[in-house]
Design a binder for this molecule. Sequence first.
Ligand code: RTP
Ligand code: MG
Length: 142
Amino acid sequence: MNIEQTLSIIKPNAVKKNIIGFIESRLEQARFNIVAIKMIHLTREQAEGFYAEHEGKAFFDRLITFMTSGPVVVQVLEAENAISRYREIMGATDLSKALAGTLRYDFADNVTENAVHGSDSVESAEREIAYFFANNEIFSNY
Ligand code: RTP
Ligand code: MG
């Protein structure tokens, strides 16, 4: 079994829509275990550090302004093949390309305000989880 952990963020637009529980319910139905969770309002510095790979891109400022516009839920999901499976459930970054039944199809407002984040590789998952959580805040089942 390839058990992985991935970092998930419920972004400010989804928190404002009052659908945190709805998203968590879908994730639990899909057999993800929530093994760490907190709500935070990111500072600009925190958001810029988290999205450092996108610095210099045309959408960077818009992304940082959005991600600091309200509180987010950051969490660690654990499951078999969690990284790719969670990205499938999120759907495409661009709302117009997201498949029906995905979280972004249902809850994204546009390409920037796309409701959820998920790590895109084992390396980024490790970096992103450590960015928000200490080891003793993660309650792995394995
Ligand atoms: P994420 O990192 O948030 O899970 O999303 P992703 O991998 O699907 O997309 P990525 O390319 O990493 O982009 C990070 C976030 O930047 C915003 N974005 N805006 N053209 C645009 O205006 C644009 N492109 C990306 C989105 O919020 C995206 O999730
Ligand atoms: Mg990404």
